[in-house]
Design a protein around this ligand. Structure first.
Ligand code: ATP
Ligand code: HSE
Length: 308
């Protein structure tokens, strides 16, 4: 039976001001997934990592996506999936989205490209719903389309792939637990018109900056007056990391997804590396283990490693 192996990138959702609508794929870290089409209608999920994630299909984000695809097409065949997870769950680096988007992408290949990209996003969102209680596509879309994406709407699905500026991304993952579902619960349900206007200006500026490769405009638009002031309280040393990154020459940055990871964008690799060292030393000082990744924006998204 047909087999395929995929490499699925981590993603930075929200891009600071674009809560639930903007996201970016990076090169590192990434997950790997191997898929096999089965003659019987079973869904088998196996993990080779030690994160202790559920392997029961209805409890695993990849499994739920495959169950929905199987049900929709009334398939007589099933799927075996082996997940090599390197993106730690609950990191804010799109761990759940990688499994969900990878499942939709892998199934699509085994099913001879039955699905459009919009349909892959549609099915993958069932995985995000399982992980966080809410359907959102800001991590899934950049996985599937690559680069930076704008989720104009999820109903109907309307994804706008944006430009992929040649920028370096430094991301640190302080090992404190922040569940997306909890990080959504603490947000205010209402905002003032003044804040909304400021945020619209930032989002529009950021999208214009991305499309025009205008790095200073990107930098001054990476500003969030609605979500960051609330969520940053959950992230130790957030203000220090941000202030010192800007002093070292970062264009800007903030919370990655719902946190606790924090990311910064830089024009030069040297700046990105200096920021990485600073992030590491800040968390070493308070004895919080914190993997740091220096990477670039990933214009391709999910990649096929092997197909036969
Ligand atoms: N295959 C899977 N990969 C990752 N998480 C999974 C998977 N299956 C189930 N989960 C559950 O999803 C939750 C992790 O999702 P969560 O959205 O909190 O983290 P994240 O994807 O790293 O963050 P973010 O969406 O902010 O980038 C955990 O409760 C985990 O048990
Ligand atoms: N937009 C989502 C991304 C995390 O999954 C959030 O910030 O809650």
């Amino acid at each position: 039976m047909k087999k395929v192996k995929l490499k699925i990138p981590a993603t930075v959702a929200n891009l600071v001001c674009g809560f639930d609508i903007l996201g970016m794929a990076v090169h590192d870290p990434y997950d790997e997934m191997e898929f096999r089409l089965l003659n019987t209608p079973e869904i088998i999920i196996r993990h080779t990592d030690s994160f202790g994630l559920p392997e029961e299909p209805s409890g695993n984000v990849a499994g739920i996506v495959l169950l929905k695809i199987q049900e929709y097409f009334n398939l007589k065949s099933g799927f075996e999936v082996i997940i090599h997870k390197h993106i730690k769950p609950g990191s804010g680096l799109g761990s759940s989205a990688a499994s969900a988007a990878g499942a939709a992408f892998g199934a699509n290949i085994l099913l001879e490209n039955k699905l459009s990209k919009e349909e892959m996003v549609y099915f993958a969102m069932f995985g995000e719903e399982l992980a966080s209680g809410v359907r959102h596509a800001d991590n899934i879309a950049p996985c599937i389309y690559g680069g930076i994406t704008l989720v104009k709407s999820i109903n109907p699905i309307d994804i706008i792939p944006l430009n992929s500026p040649d920028l370096f991304v430094t991301a640190v993952h302080p090992q404190v637990e922040v569940k997306t579902s909890d990080a959504r619960q603490i947000l205010k349900k209402n905002i003032t018109l003044k804040s909304a206007v400021e945020q619209w200006g930032n989002i529009a500026g950021l999208v214009a900056g991305i499309q025009k490769n205008d790095f200073p405009l990107i930098g001054r638009s990476l500003n969030d007056v609605i979500i960051e002031p609330i969520r940053s309280i959950l992230i130790p040393k957030f203000d220090e990391i941000k202030t010192r990154s800007l002093q070292l020459g970062a264009l800007g940055g903030g919370i990655s997804g719902s946190g606790p990871s924090v990311f910064m964008l830089s024009e030069q690799e040297e700046t990105a590396e200096k920021i990485a060292q600073m992030m590491k030393s800040v968390y070493d000082e308070i004895e919080i283990a914190s993997p740091v990744y220096v990477s670039k924006i990933n214009p391709t998204g999910i990649q096929i490693v092997e197909e036969n």
